[in-house]
Structure formats: structure tokens, C-alpha cells
Ligand binder design. Structure first.
Ligand code: ADP
Length: 904
């Protein structure tokens, strides 16, 4: 990341320089080993360097003219647009954006993009210079600086110039962690190139590769070396053993060499050779290294070109050479008195002086902080007197001072320029502010990630993150979240002074957040856009304050600078992270937004992960429960199945016994039916057999009483009458039995018809009249509605009525009353036969309808009969859809009711 930050001053310089024609920029862009491009005011790529083309997988022609939106990853476009617009408007001098580009092949690459305005053309439209660096390997930058330092140092060290390439080869091979390295020197005729020096890491088994390398002679364009020679540019092969593109591929495979890195040693005028390094593992191109190596190659080339010229001249040539001008490092040369003799553009940008301001002035006063000056001067003196150097030739980290007096960390390497006479020193310095900051930020993010991963309770975690943020990245840190009711809840506030935290909490209680506020947390929550204010103006506090006291408190907090980023989960805002500077006097810069955004993104991801984890835990738990339940169910089912089998067996048994019983019952029924039929047959036969002699008895009795057999006396006549009466009685009984038997066996035929009640009743009355008159019974007939008809068998109807009337007459003493009446009720007709006779005891009322039942033997004897009349009557009535019922009071009389279906 930080090599890019180093390029910014250069670009700014280029943009500032009105003398630099556009073509100059274009040339420089073409040569750089970092992605460089120009974006037109209408957002088209109008210049791109080969590196950028390679990075994005497009050819130059394909990329030129493409809209920015076609290359930037859709999700990052809005952010990029807003930053670019700010640069175009001039509200930001430059912008550094970490974002993704989409390659032609559709994959995403994370890049660090640095944007600065080119010098406006006459029309005032601004092209944007874009510096693109692949951020996949930020560490790689260190190697790049390493090689640059190394080459500078080795060149400036005393020693014969012929030995320099070898020294550099070996030192670089060690520094790069190579297993094998070679320096290829161009032969005298400049037609071929051969390995002049080779080096292998002690213990590396690369003998075959070394043999082939030493034996090889390549032409331009032949093998990797030939390609580097032909192009004159550094070359990277991720895995030369992975294919057979090069003459030594097979040997590389055999020797376990994979990645290869080559850079040419050249100047603009001459080509000397190629440095070649091999690594054990396949590795993607290290762009920063390629870039740095190009410069280093030129540096070495310049050195070799000058041959045996004095080191002093070489040094000044180098200083003047373009490499010094475009070097990422500050290069400052001073004489033995500490007077500055050279100050390159990087030094100007870093320290804030122009070259003119510093040349001829003592270095100690300009770039060394007061606290270190004494030490520096003493060291210098000691070296000059004794030759003992503590600093020389080593890389150290130290504090530098800018023109405005601010101090910052630098990495420093000082070499002595080996000239005759008083010594010259060259210092290579690099501003470590960004690196320190990034390292600090990386460390912070790492700790934050650890914290986030340590708990699933996000409120606690956020609280601890806020604690972590102060004071390393801010003086204040607060986290607000949106509640369900859309209100804003402050879940964490952190400051190094707990009393201030409590105070801020109380302040918030007293002056709740204004949800409509056009800036601050409410705005960020509303829009999802981050907000940053480098300097908080007093006017803003005045605007935000509710009253004079509030204003005094806000001013008292001394907030200087703040930034707020939204917290999102799956694209939805759920809160905001606020960072503020107060007493430290620090200010947020544009790039701090990146850190805060990254932190917010990690918080969001952690919460999302926690949620997913919790869900999966719950899911797992649920599944386990379900599995347990299913097991129980399975067990229950097994049990149920057992039971069912048992029940089934029981049911089968029951069924079987039921079948048996049904069969038995069927047999019993059949038997009963048979018995019944046998009884009926017997009764029918018996009646018939009895009636024949009975008829004969009455016939002969009549013959005798008529005196046909001779005269009879009165006594004889009376006897014959008795015989006749007994015969009639017996015949009646037999007829009844016969009827009952027929009824029971269902042999009785019915002829149902509808007829008026009146006529049928009158006929019955006639039949019993002699009986009624004999007992002087008052017979009353209360005719009902003449239109009412009954649905019945006419003969059976009469038989029932006759039976009821006969009974009434039979059981009613002399001078009693028998009343017949009828009524229609609903679908029925009720015919009542009421008497004022002896009545029936309540406990006998049901029984009298049973066959052969008579209430009282004494009365029965008096009144004759066998107890079948009522049984027959009820059976007949029921067979015709009706019934016979009785109400009675002993001594008062009885009322029998015949119910039959109404005719209509
Ligand atoms: P039977 O009249 O031939 O004895 P029934 O079946 O007609 O047989 O009557 C059964 C018995 O019911 C009678 O013996 C008598 O005890 C009683 N009974 C029937 N009708 C009357 C009535 N109107 N008043 C009092 N008792 C009656």
C-alpha cells in the first residue's frame, strides 16, 4: 500500500509542472511498473500503461475508451464515483481508494487506487491520473525497497566495479530468499548472452539447472533471459517448471525451481545483462519488486557505463539520473560538514522544503528533530575523527522533522560516498508514517477481529471494540444502533477517561439525538453514507446545541474532528460507528475513512457470522431434538405396533368368538323359529282337530234340543243349553288360540284400506248390544268428526273394537256406563273405549297385554276367557302401524285407547 503513497508526491509534481507536456506523462506512464492510467472528464479510460492492461486482462486497445463503470466492480462504483467527483471538484486534492476492479475474465481484483488531477487543459476539463496497485501482497513493498537500498548501497560501497554485478546478484539473491540466481552478461558482439556469475543457496540441489545455465547461450527473445533482453524490462514467471515454454523448464522442474524474476541491467543507451532469480515455490508477480528492480537495473547500468570513473562522479551522475528523480525514497546528500548538496523530489515532498531552500544549508537544522541533533553531531564528529560509524551502512528507524516542525518516523540508510578528501554522505530515507499507521491499523484490525470472533453477544463485543479504538485510532469512539421502534440507541461509548464517558452518557440522556439532524449519526443511519469532518467548526456546535448550556458542554468536550461510518449487515444499516479526535489535536484524513469502513465491515460480518452461527447452532439443536423425538416416536411406534399386533390377535379371537356366537345365535334363532313354527303348526292343527268335534257336539245338542230324537223335558233342555254355551265358549277359546298362533307365525294377511270410523264402530256396537243390555249398561257413543278416516284392515279393526267393548261390558257391573269416542291427533286417530268398571291395579297395567294374563282369577272365572284378547288386539294394532294402551283406576273404571294411522 505505501509505495503508492510514495508515488503521490511524484504524480502531484507531474501534475503541477506546467512545463510537462501531456506526452511526457504518457511516456512515463508507459514505463512504470505499477498500474497507471488517465480518466477523461466523461469517465473514459484515455491512457493506460501495459501494467494496468495486464492487471485487468485487457489489451490496451480494448481498455481505451471503455467507461470507468465497465472496469470498476459494481458494488464499489458509487464509492469510487463520489471520491473521483471530490477530486474533480477540487474539494479533495487526491483520493486513495481501496476497491475492486473487474478483470476482462470476470474475476475481481482488490486494488489500491490513488487518484490525482492532471493539470487542467485550456478548456478547464480535468483528466484524472489514476495509480493502481494490486493490494494482494502489501508486504511485497518491503522487498522492493530492500532491493533498491541494496543496489544503492553496494554501488556506493568501495570496491572494483567489475565485482559489483556479482555482489549485487548474491546480496539480492539472499535478500529475495532465492534458491538460485544468475547474472547474464551480453557478449562482445551483442548477439548472445551467457551466464557470467551463478549463485545457489547453500544446500539447494540445483546442480542440473546450474549446469544447463552455465552451458546456455541465448539470443534476443530466446528463453526468459532473451525475452528480458529483448523487452529491456523486468520479467516475472510465476511457475517456469509448470510448463515447457522455456529451454530450461525441464531442468527447473528437476531442480525444484518454480518462480523466476529477472531484471535487465541497462541504461537508455546500453544493455549490459540480466539478473535472474529463482524461488522454490510458484508465486504471482510482485509488482512493487518489478518496479523497484527496473530502477535498480538502471542504477547498476549507469554505474557500469561509467566504468572506472571516479565514485564521486558516478554518485553525482546517479543523483542526476532519472532514477533518483523518480525514486520512491528521499535521497539527500551532504558533505562532511553536514551541508546538503543534493535533495531529490521525494525528499521535497516528504520534508516540505524545495531543493532551493535546502541546498547549501546544514542538514541537522532542517530535517533532524531538535532532540536528536546533539546525538547526530556527536556521531558525525566521532566518525570523522575515528572512522567509527554506528549508523553508516545500516538500515535504521529514526524520527525525522518536516519543514513545519512536525516529527514523523523514517527509515534511514546512510552510505559514505567513497571519494578522495572529505567524505560525502548519501542518506536514503523513507517516510514511515503511512507504514507505521497502516501497521498500527492492521494490528488494530487484527485485534478487533479477534475480539469480534471471541463472543456471540454483539453488544458486549462492540463495547470492547470501542474500548480498543481509543486512544489508538481515536480519542472517542461511540456505537449507535437503530432500535425496533426506529429510535437510536447508543450501545457503546469509549474514552480513556471513564468520568468523561459517564458524562457523555448523561448528556445523551438529557439531550436525546435529533433524528432529523442533517448531519451526524442520524444522517449516516438514514443515508448509509459515511460522514467525515476534518475540522469541526464552532458554527456546527452552535447549530447542534439546544441551548446555551448545551453549547458550553459541547465546546467543553473540545471535539476537533470526527468521522462516522454506517454499520451494515447484508446491505442494511443497523447502526453507526463514530470516531472523534479531541484533546490529541489529531485530525481525520480521507484514508481514515477506509480504516473505519473496514472496521465497520468486520463488525457487520462478525454480527452476520454470529447470527449464522447461532442459526446453524439452533438448526443443529432443532435437528438433534427432532432426531431424538423421531427416535422416541420410532420406539413408540414399535410399541404401538406390538400392541396393535396383540390387539389384532385379541380382535381375531373376539371376532372368532363373535362369529361363533353369531352362528350360535343364528342356530338358536333358527331353532326358536322352528320351535315357534312347530308351536303354531301344533296350535293350528290342534284347533282344527278340536273344532271338528266341538261342531259335532253343538250339532248333536241342537238335534236333541229341537226334540228330533224324541221329546225332552225342561231340565234336559237347560242341560243342552249349558252344553251349547260351553261348546260356544270352548270354540271361542280355540278360535282365539288359532288366531294368536297365526299372528305369531306371521301368517295373518292384512288388507289395509282407508275407511270412515263411524260405520265400523256402529257395527261393533250392534254385536255387543245384547251383552250391554243384559247388564243394563248405559252405552254412549260420542261420534267425532265424520270426515276422519282410518288406515287399517277393516275386519281387524272391528275385531279389536269388539274385543275392547266386550271386555268393557264384561268388567263393568250392572248399570255402569261404557262410552266410545274418537279423535284425530296428528297423523293418528285415537279411539277410546271407557268404562266405569272394576278397573285394573297399576302394577298390572303392563301385564294385561301379555298372552294368557288375567288380573284376578276370581273375576276371570266369573267373566270367562283365556287372557288372549288384549294380546291379540295389541299385536294386530301394531302390525297395522298403531297400538293399544290403557289407563285405569281400580274401582273407578278403565279407558282403553286404540291408536291407528289416520287415513287422510
Ligand atoms: P279375557 O278377557 O279373555 O280374560 P283379555 O286379554 O281380553 O282376556 O283380558 C285380560 C285381562 O285383562 C282380563 O282377564 C281382565 O283381568 C283384564 N281386563 C281386560 N279388560 C278390562 C276392563 N275393561 N276392565 C277391567 N279389567 C279388564
Amino acid at each position: 500500500m505505501w509505495p503508492v503513497a510514495g508515488i503521490l508526491p511524484l504524480l502531484t509534481e507531474m501534475a503541477k509542472s506546467s512545463a510537462a507536456p501531456a506526452s511526457n506523462l504518457s511516456t512515463r506512464i508507459g514505463e512504470a511498473c505499477i498500474g497507471l492510467g488517465l480518466i477523461s472528464p466523461d469517465d473514459r479510460w484515455i491512457d493506460v500503461n501495459p501494467y494496468l492492461c495486464d492487471l485487468l486482462g485487457y489489451s490496451r486497445d480494448e481498455l481505451l475508451g471503455l467507461n470507468r463503470a465497465a472496469v470498476t466492480e459494481a458494488e464499489d462504483l458509487a464509492q469510487e464515483t463520489s471520491r473521483l467527483e471530490a477530486v474533480r471538484r477540487g474539494t479533495e486534492k487526491s483520493a486513495q481508494i481501496e476497491q475492486r476492479y473487474r478483470t476482462r475474465g470476470g474475476s475481481s481484483v482488490w486494488v489500491n487506487v490513488l487518484v490525482a488531477p492532471e493539470k487542467p487543459d485550456s478548456a478547464g476539463a480535468v483528466n484524472l491520473v489514476v495509480v493502481v496497485q494490486d493490494v494482494a501482497a502489501p508486504r511485497a513493498g518491503l522487498r522492493a525497497v530492500g532491493i533498491q537500498h541494496l543496489v544503492s548501497r553496494l554501488l556506493l560501497d568501495p570496491g572494483p566495479s567489475e565485482q559489483k554485478p556479482r555482489g549485487i546478484l548474491e546480496a539480492a539473491a539472499v535478500a529475495l530468499g532465492s534458491s538460485y540466481a544468475a547474472f547474464w552478461a551480453v557478449d562482445a558482439g551483442e548477439n548472445t548472452i551467457h551466464a557470467a556469475h551463478t549463485w545457489s543457496r547453500p544446500g539447494a540441489s540445483v546442480s542440473e539447472f546450474d549446469r544447463q545455465t552455465r552451458a546456455a547461450v541465448f539470443r534476443r527473445g530466446e528463453g526468459m533471459v532473451g525475452l528480458a533482453w529483448q523487452s529491456g524490462r523486468p520479467f516475472w514467471e510465476s511457475d517456469m517448471a509448470g510448463h515447457n515454454a522455456y529451454p530450461r523448464s525441464a531442468a527447473a522442474r528437476q531442480s525444484g525451481l518454480h518462480s523466476a524474476f529477472l531484471f535487465p541491467i541497462r541504461t537508455a543507451r546500453a544493455f549490459f545483462g540480466v539478473m535472474e532469480f529463482f524461488g522454490d515455490d510458484a508465486a504471482p508477480p510482485d509488482q512493487a519488486l518489478l518496479e523497484a528492480a527496473e530502477g535498480a537495473g538502471y542504477q547498476l547500468g549507469e554505474y557500469l557505463e561509467k566504468g572506472r570513473a571516479t565514485a564521486a562522479r558516478i554518485e553525482s551522475d546517479i543523483v542526476r539520473a532519472s532514477i533518483v528523480d523518480v525514486a520512491l525514497d528521499c535521497i539527500i546528500t551532504s558533505d562532511h560538514r553536514g551541508i546538503i548538496t543534493e535533495f531529490n523530489p521525494a525528499a521535497e515532498a516528504t520534508f516540505g522544503y524545495t531543493k532551493e531552500q535546502v541546498l547549501g544549508r546544514p542538514m541537522v537544522d532542517l530535517i533532524i528533530p531538535p532532540s536528536l541533533r546533539e546525538q547526530h553531531l556527536r556521531g558525525m564528529e566521532r566518525y570523522l575523527q575515528t572512522g567509527e560509524a554506528r549508523v553508516l551502512g545500516r538500515r535504521i528507524e529514526i524520527t525525522g522533522m518536516r519543514a513545519d516542525g512536525s516529527e514523523f518516523p523514517v527509515e534511514l540508510a546512510i552510505v559514505r560516498v567513497p571519494v578522495e578528501g572529505p567524505p560525502l554522505f548519501t542518506a536514503y530515507l523513507r517516510d514511515l508514517t503511512d507504514r507505521k499507521k497502516i501497521e498500527g491499523e492492521q494490528a488494530f484490525l487484527l485485534r478487533a477481529s479477534e475480539q469480534l470472533a471471541s463472543s456471540l453477544d454483539y453488544e458486549t463485543t462492540i463495547e470492547s471494540i470501542a474500548q480498543l479504538a481509543v486512544p489508538s485510532i481515536a480519542d472517542w469512539c461511540a456505537v449507535d444502533v437503530i432500535e425496533r421502534d426506529r429510535s437510536i440507541k447508543r450501545v457503546a461509548v469509549a474514552h480513556k477517561d471513564p468520568a468523561k464517558v459517564a458524562f457523555v452518557h448523561a448528556l445523551r440522556e438529557r439531550y436525546p439525538e435529533n433524528l432529523e439532524s442533517p448531519y451526524g449519526v442520524p444522517r449516516v443511519l438514514r443515508t448509509g453514507e459515511p460522514e467525515m469532518l476534518r475540522d469541526i467548526p464552532d458554527s456546527m456546535l452552535r447549530e447542534a446545541a439546544r441551548d446555551a448550556e448545551h453549547l458550553a458542554i459541547l465546546q467543553g468536550l473540545g471535539l476537533k474532528s470526527y468521522l462516522i461510518v454506517p454499520l451494515k449487515v447484508r446491505g442494511t444499516n443497523f447502526g453507526a460507528l463514530t470516531l472523534a479526535f479531541a484533546e490529541s489535536g489529531r485530525r481525520f484524513e480521507e484514508r481514515d475513512l477506509d480504516l473505519a469502513t473496514e472496521l465497520a465491515r468486520r463488525i457487520g460480518t462478525a454480527i452476520e457470522n454470529a447470527r449464522l452461527l447461532q442459526e446453524s447452532e439452533e438448526g443443529r439443536h432443532e435437528l438433534e431434538q427432532q432426531a431424538a423425538e423421531m427416535e422416541i416416536q420410532a420406539m413408540e411406534m414399535e410399541h404401538t405396533q406390538d400392541q396393535m399386533e396383540l390387539t389384532n390377535r385379541e380382535l381375531q379371537t373376539v371376532n372368532q368368538s363373535l362369529e361363533e356366537k353369531t352362528a350360535e345365535a343364528g342356530a338358536a334363532l333358527k331353532q326358536a323359529e322352528e320351535a315357534n313354527r312347530a308351536k303354531s303348526d301344533f296350535l293350528a292343527t290342534m284347533s282344527h282337530e278340536l273344532r271338528t268335534p266341538l261342531n259335532a257336539i253343538s250339532g248333536y245338542a241342537d238335534l236333541l234340543s229341537m226334540g228330533i230324537r224324541g221329546p225332552i223335558n225342561d231340565a234336559q233342555r237347560a242341560d243342552l243349553d249349558r252344553i251349547n254355551r260351553s261348546q260356544a265358549h270352548l270354540l271361542g277359546i280355540i278360535n282365539d288360540i288359532l288366531k294368536f298362533a297365526k299372528l305369531e307365525s306371521g301368517q295373518l294377511e292384512m288388507r289395509i284400506e282407508i275407511f270412515p270410523i263411524n260405520a265400523a264402530l256402529e257395527l261393533a256396537e250392534e254385536l255387543v248390544r245384547p251383552q250391554l243390555e243384559a247388564k243394563k249398561i248405559d252405552y254412549r257413543y260420542l261420534a267425532g268428526d265424520q270426515a276422519v278416516t282410518v288406515r287399517s284392515d277393516r275386519d281387524r279393526f272391528q275385531q279389536i273394537i269388539l274385543n275392547l267393548l266386550a271386555n268393557a261390558a264384561k268388567f263393568t257391573p250392572e248399570a255402569g256406563t261404557v262410552t266410545v269416542s274418537w279423535e284425530a291427533r296428528g297423523e293418528q286417530v285415537l279411539i277410546h273405549v271407557a268404562d266405569t268398571g272394576i278397573g285394573i291395579p297399576a302394577d298390572q297395567l303392563d301385564r294385561i297385554f301379555d298372552p294368557f294374563v288375567q288380573v284376578d282369577a276370581s273375576t276371570t272365572r266369573k267373566s270367562e276367557g283365556v287372557g288372549l284378547g288384549l294380546a291379540i288386539s295389541r299385536d294386530l294394532a301394531r302390525q297395522m302401524g298403531g297400538d293399544v294402551s290403557v289407563t285405569s283406576r281400580t274401582g273407578k273404571g278403565s279407558t282403553f285407547t286404540l291408536a291407528l294411522p289416520r287415513g287422510g
